[in-house]
Design a protein around this ligand. Structure first.
Ligand SMILES: O=P(O)(O)OC[C@H]1O[C@](O)(CO)[C@@H](O)[C@@H]1O
Length: 539
């Protein structure tokens, strides 16, 4: 049961003073509200907190179920209660999996075996020893998947661009928009293309449709079923469905029901990452995530980065009614991180009933959005600075650049820090007026312009500094957000590991698909009928 007294949290939030004043009054504020782990630093001093309310929030965490539920998760209890599943994605990044057992099954051996098979396949492809049906080496891999079966490798590969070295090229096919597959196959030759169908359920329409289209492309080029079997791989927990599709068993890498799609980057879903940056670097990604797991499991809550982030999120969502959360990586390579965390956070905690199915009275997951800095500064930061909305923001900066343009990096960092400073301190009417007068305006002109230049300040932000954007720190960063989401799910008393809400749209699309092929529409609402009629009219 949730221990959070929501009205008390709101009452506490309403007593908040000015952040600018808090910094002026306390020179040690930055030091007091700082946490570090593995060389990463979280400066959370520019948040709407003071000693008293932060202590109250800490107490909430201490009295919450975070520890017991974490222990239950680690013990393999079926904390995903609506699907009766354990939640063991953390085991996938353990360096030492020897003896790991779940429900009597040797999970350690299964994980090791999967890792060895991934490494062997990566090696074969790198050394151009994997030959296609005409005897020529594979040059391209198409990764077919969607949601958790695609976002992780796609984001990680963007993030780790400087580590790319594979001779094999990779192409992601996710969206059911036919443009995606059409554009990919246009550039490729089936004889040198390997296809990976990544679907935990092997029942996702988008993935099946794209895989079928690619299989047809093979057939059209003259490939027979033996040739197709040689070119198709899968990663799935539904081996029967993958086999029925025509994928031979030795080409199926396992997925387990104890890994949720959005937590699966650490499994064979990470294969594209291993392929493009190499198995060693993929291991480093796992290593960084495992180090963050240790930090999360062992560190007292007052210094525990995921717990701190979770509490701040709760503070804004439930105390201050802020439903949005910006994620602003000051790193071009991390530009897909907001989309990745969108699924992680919003699919996990976007719920309105608790673990027992009772209605929740408090708002839950934030609406996550964002993009790479500094691009956003020339787009939506105006709203962050001056609108009436308060949008807490996470600023993320890798300290060491992955390029030699050091002056660029210094300017990027300056903008990152300046944004957090501007959000925090704002600009007063007096400062704005003085600025106008200093620019040579008359008193009258200054009085007219000054109100437009005022920024209220008091807008909260976190700044997370990574030593560098390496596989290790990327792993740690992703695991950090996973654990933040976990803690918030526990604090809201909901199941972060199911996603029943996405089912309704899937169910309804079946009959509509039939209607778009001419089936009667009279049982549908008038808006949907009208949309279908418009579609049929252009056919
Ligand atoms: O790997 P699968 O089973 O194809 O599922 C893909 C995605 O679809 C969802 O079930 C719902 O959109 C996600 O949770 C999941 O990551």
């Amino acid at each position: 049961m949730s221990v959070l007294p929501w009205p008390a949290l709101k009452a506490l939030a309403s007593q908040q003073g000015s952040l600018r004043q808090a910094f002026a009054d306390d020179p040690s504020r930055a030091e007091r509200f700082k946490a570090s782990a593995m060389g990463m630093t979280l400066d959370y001093s520019k948040n709407l907190i003071n000693t008293d309310n932060w202590q109250a929030l800490q107490q909430l965490a201490e009295q919450s179920q975070i520890k017991p539920v974490l222990n239950a998760m680690l013990a393999g209890d079926k904390i995903n209660n609506t699907e009766q599943r354990s939640v063991w994605h953390m085991m996938l990044r353990k360096a030492d999996v020897d003896g790991l057992k779940l429900d009597g099954e040797d999970i350690g051996a299964a994980i090791s075996n999967c890792r060895s098979r991934m490494t062997a396949l990566v090696k074969q492809l790198h050394q151009q020893e994997y030959l296609g049906y005409t005897g020529t080496p594979i040059t391209d891999v198409i990764w077919v998947g969607i949601g958790g079966s695609l976002l992780g490798p796609q984001m990680a590969l963007e993030a780790l661009t400087p580590y790319h070295f594979s001779p094999v090229k990779l192409h992601f096919a996710g969206n059911i928009d036919g443009a995606v597959v059409s554009d990919i196959v246009k550039k490729l030759d089936p004889a040198t293309t390997l296809v990976f169908v990544a679907s935990k359920s092997f029942g996702t329409e988008e993935t099946k449709q794209n895989a079928l289209a690619i299989r047809q492309w093979f057939k059209d080029s003259g490939a027979d079923s033996a040739a197709i079997a040689q070119h198709f791989w899968a990663t799935s927990s539904n081996v029967a469905a993958a086999a029925e599709f025509g994928i031979v068993e030795q080409n199926i890498l396992p997925m387990w029901d104890w890994v949720g799609g959005r937590y699966s980057l650490w499994s064979a879903i990470g294969f594209p990452v291993a392929l493009i940056i190499g198995s060693e670097h993929f291991s480093q990604l796992l290593c960084g995530a495992e180090a963050m797991d240790q930090h999360f499991i062992e560190t007292p809550f007052s210094q525990n980065i995921p717990v701190i982030l979770a509490l701040l999120g709760i503070w804004y969502i439930n105390g201050h009614d802020c439903q949005a959360q910006a994620l602003l990586p000051y790193s071009h390579y991390l530009r897909l991180l907001p989309s990745y965390v969108q699924q992680l956070d919003m699919e996990s905690n976007g719920k309105s009933v608790n673990v027992n199915g009772h209605a929740l009275t408090a708002a839950t997951a934030p609406v996550i959005w964002g993009d790479a800095g500094t691009n956003g500064q020339h787009a939506y930061h105006q709203l962050l600075h001056q609108s009436r909305l308060a949008v807490p923001a996470d600023f993320i900066l890798p300290l060491k650049p992955a390029h030699v343009l050091t002056d660029h990096h210094q300017r990027l960092a300056a903008h990152c820090f300046a944004q957090t400073q501007a959000l925090m301190q704002g600009k007063t009417r007096e400062e704005a007026t003085a600025e106008c007068l200093a620019a040579g305006m008359s008193a009258e002109e200054a009085a007219a312009l000054a109100p437009h230049k005022v920024s209220p300040g008091n807008k909260p932000s976190n700044t997370l500094l990574l030593p560098e954007l390496s596989p290790y720190y990327l792993g740690a960063l992703i695991a950090m957000y996973e654990h933040k989401v976990f803690c918030q799910g526990v604090l809201w008393d909901l199941n972060s590991f199911d996603q029943w809400g996405v089912e309704l749209g899937k169910q309804l699309s079946g009959p509509i698909y039939q209607a778009l092929a001419g089936a009667p529409t009279d049982t549908l609402d008038s808006s949907t009928q009208q949309l279908i009629a418009a579609f049929l009219a252009q056919k």
